[in-house]
Write a protein that binds this ligand. Structure first.
Ligand code: AMP
Ligand code: ZN
Length: 489
């Protein structure tokens, strides 16, 4: 198979063949602002970025993956007004900003691991890179692109003529219909590079700079940290779609105005996870965290499988029903895979394995089409003509991308049994089933057997329906015995 990766580049608005610029693919993903829990919408974006990284690795590329931790400077409005989200979080919880940052960073990492998202190679914190940010601002100042107001140092977007190109902004409309709080800004799109600490409020996080005490703007943080760890032009820079209009537009302006060189080759943006009543956002409250999913006893990886049900460039609506059905699918997948592969050695016949994986790779290399890739996995599971050893080798490769713990199925065991004239009855489960429930199942099945013997089919059907409602699958076996499959805990 011709293994070529095509990715949709927001900059060109088309799918392009991906070719690395350097020996090692540089991958920068905008990370969390650690003033609150990350919600499952945020994790949708990190899952898609992890699929991208795993896909690059599957092609034999070396990858350097950088995800920043924003622990200062992200204001409640992307247009440089409002409060610092971190300082606001600290006030909300009566803790220091540093404690808030440490707590939510740890929580974030815990959830990243729950979701089997691979660790970045570098997790730079904004507060550890203030000097690098000051250096970037100085370079812009030397190129005559900045100006000073009473509250900070700003980037003059009229000095970067292609400012509107990336997001397809209409410069006319920006001026006329602007609802941006202009303050002393010269143009609505100008943005803060450095903000001065307010005179009347003592900030917990502030640093000296050539312009006065203050803190960096959020956009300069990502530019400074990405260029510290990755070579320019950076191969791929990712984030959610909300970043296109302001954050990434501003990043391009800063870096390209300072260096006169392309900043990033490929820009990839993930669509939002939405609630049926609108977008899921930290600032909007009422968002769903991964911990809430865990509290309900749902496997975090079920959320991961749920996220694969839509292409990363289409919105996905969260629902508990959808998540539950993803968990059922995941359990089914795992138990089918276990049945087929338990005790089986994976095949070394690379050619045959490759043939089985063709549809899977094709879906993945066509702009990370996860719904198709997941469907390709199901095709392999359902195909009874493929040898188990080949299937096992294929599943191993698939799980190196999907990271769903596909071999974690639990083996079925008999949890209760009864012998009777009309054939034995067994209750089997992959989990634990209480004695009470197991005995109830046995007595209902025994009653059903008797009803059938007495040709009382109406009663037999009623009992079967009742068992079904209890999520018990009744299988009448050729030897006359009956097997009752129940999920268990
Ligand atoms: P933040 O911590 O708010 O800076 O966001 C972290 C990442 O999650 C960024 O890439 C955002 O674009 C992305 N993001 C924010 N909200 C959502 C959402 N509802 N669905 C998917 N991604 C999101
Ligand atoms: Zn960023």
């Amino acid at each position: 198979m011709n293994k070529k990766l095509y990715l949709y580049n927001t900059a060109s608005r088309k799918k392009e063949l991906f070719e690395p610029q350097h020996d090692e693919v540089g991958l920068y993903c905008c990370g969390p602002t650690v003033y609150n829990y990350a919600h499952v919408g945020n994790f949708r974006t990190y899952i898609f970025e992890d699929i991208l990284k795993r896909t690059l690795l599957s092609l034999g590329h070396k990858v350097k993956h950088v995800v920043n931790i924003t622990d200062v400077g992200h204001l409640t409005s992307d247009a440089d007004s409002g409060e610092d989200k971190m300082e606001k979080g600290a006030q909300r919880e009566g803790k220091s900003v540093w404690d808030i940052a440490a707590f939510y960073t740890e929580k974030f990492m815990e959830n990243i691991h729950d979701l089997h998202i691979s660790d970045a190679d570098v997790w730079p914190k904004a507060t550890d890179h203030i000097q690098e940010m000051i250096d970037c601002i100085k370079a812009l100042e030397e190129n005559g692109i900045t100006y000073r107001t009473s509250d900070g140092i700003y980037f003059d977007t009229t000095k970067f003529p292609t400012y509107c190109d990336f997001a397809g902004l209409d410069p006319e409309n920006l001026e006329a219909g602007s609802r941006v709080d202009m303050g002393e800004k010269k143009n609505p799109t100008d943005f803060a590079l450095w903000k001065f600490s307010p005179k009347d409020v003592k900030r917990q996080m502030e640093w000296d700079s050539p312009w006065g005490k203050g803190f960096p703007g959020w956009h300069i943080e990502c530019s400074a940290m990405s260029l510290k760890y990755l070579k320019q032009p950076i191969d791929i820079h990712c984030g959610g779609i909300d970043h296109i209009r302001i954050h990434h537009t501003n990043e391009i302006a800063q870096v390209e105005a300072a260096s006169n060189k392309q900043y990033v080759r490929f820009w990839l943006h993930g669509e939002f996870l939405v609630l049926d009543k609108g977008k899921m956002a930290k600032s909007a409250g009422g968002f769903i965290t991964l911990d809430k999913i865990k509290e309900k006893g749902i496997d975090p990886l079920a959320y991961k499988l749920f996220s694969y049900s839509a292409h990363y460039r289409t919105p996905l609506t969260f629902s508990w029903e959808g998540l539950q059905s993803a968990e059922n699918s995941l359990n089914n997948l795992r138990s089918l895979i276990l049945k087929e592969t338990v005790g089986v050695q994976e095949s070394k016949d690379a050619k045959s394995v490759e043939a089985v994986l063709q549809d899977f790779w094709q879906a993945l290399y066509d702009d990370l089409n996860m719904p198709k890739a997941t469907a390709a996995l199901w095709e392999i599971v359902r195909n009874t003509t493929i040898e188990p050893s080949i299937k096992k080798a294929a599943y191993l490769q698939i799980d190196s991308i999907l990271a769903l713990d596909l071999f974690a199925g639990k083996q079925e065991k008999v949890v209760a049994a009864s012998s009777m004239d009309g054939g034995d009855v067994r209750v089997v489960s992959t989990g634990d089933v209480s004695d009470e429930i197991a005995q109830e199942i046995i007595s209902m099945v025994t009653e059903r057997k008797l009803a059938r013997k007495n040709k009382d089919f109406a009663l037999a059907d009623t009992l079967r329906d009742k068992l079904k409602a209890m999520q018990v699958e009744v299988k009448d076996m050729p030897d006359g015995s009956t097997e009752c499959v129940v999920a268990g805990k």
